[in-house]
Design a protein around this ligand. Structure first.
Ligand SMILES: Nc1ncnc2c1ncn2[C@@H]1O[C@H](COP(=O)(O)OP(=O)(O)OP(=O)(O)O)[C@@H](O)[C@H]1O
Length: 273
């Protein structure tokens, strides 16, 4: 039977579809477990990540946060003992599938590590080199993309007159923003940040936090942090891990002001970890 909707009904359906689209996560793990040999480092974790939001992963050392993060762009593939169960659905595709093009995936889901790791090249070539790897070779296009990504990483004004100096001449905080720029040049959808400012001084840390909050307008961000104030300041949602398990996940305000779980409360109030 064909149902003909009147205008008002059509409007309601469209509005509902719009809301569903907004709420539907861009990325979600479903019953994800990750092992190193016999050691189950992450156990049965299901978490959604919505577009243009920041999710903080917190928990004591060794609870599986980095393992979980690295699996989202298949960085753990390089560890021979690592294996997975469950699914990671990114835009309706299970990215743990054997047939996934991992190089293309890492372009869409970029990662920045704890210690700034620029290449031993000029500031310009740190970004241009990454672009050339993806076959972008035209000089004018490269120059535009270098400027755009340095601007988006809030670094352009500080380096525009020294683009051909070695990246190693930058401060630690600037090097980390260069690494963020290098990732942004790939035009990713999701940014994975593994303690991106823990190796930096307080001023650089504040700049990186400001940058991350700005980047939320364009990207979905997942950040591992040991810094509770940082998680509380910048994230929309927080997930608390303990011994490889997801103990609690909620809006960040709820986790920090009124956690449902005693272990979460003990951790955020500094009683362990
Ligand atoms: N490359 C590896 N090979 C084998 N085991 C590993 C490897 N990396 C991590 N593990 C193990 O997986 C578990 C989780 O480690 P992971 O680094 O993910 O925790 P974490 O919460 O990120 O810790 P930290 O906060 O100290 O970085 C630990 O038992 C760790 O020893």
């Amino acid at each position: 039977m064909v149902t003909v909707l009147n205008r008002a009904e059509q409007k309601t359906v469209k509005r509902k579809q719009k809301i569903t689209k907004q709420i539907k996560p861009i990325l979600q793990t479903q019953n994800l477990s990750i092992s190193y040999g016999e050691n189950k480092a992450v156990q049965d974790v299901s978490l959604p990540f919505s577009k243009n939001s920041i999710t903080a992963l917190i928990g004591p050392s060794g609870c599986g946060k980095s393992t979980f993060l690295r699996t989202i762009n298949r960085m753990n593939d390089i560890i021979p003992s690592a294996s997975y169960e469950g699914e990671i659905i990114y835009e309706d595709v299970n990215i743990l599938d054997k047939n996934i093009d991992v190089i293309a995936l890492r372009k869409e889901i970029g990662m920045v590590f704890q210690k700034p790791n620029p290449f031993a090249k000029s500031i310009y070539n740190n970004i241009a080199h990454a672009l050339r790897f993806y076959n972008i070779k035209k000089k004018t296009v490269l120059a535009e993309l270098v400027e755009e990504s340095l601007t988006n990483a809030a670094l352009w004004d500080e380096v525009k007159d020294r683009l051909h100096e070695s990246a190693y001449q930058l401060s630690g905080g600037q090097q980390q923003r260069l690494c963020i720029a290098r990732t942004l040049a790939m035009k990713p959808n999701v940014l994975l940040l593994d303690e991106p400012s823990s190796a930096l001084d307080p001023v650089s840390n504040a700049k990186i936090e400001e940058l991350i909050m700005k980047l939320k307008e364009k990207y979905t961000i997942i950040i591992v942090t040991h810094n509770m104030q940082q998680a509380a300041r910048i994230s929309d949602q927080t997930a608390f891990f303990l011994n490889g398990k997801l103990i609690e996940y909620d809006k960040t305000d709820k986790i920090f002001l009124n956690p449902a779980n005693k272990e979460t409360e003990a951790y955020i109030s500094g009683r362990f970890g």
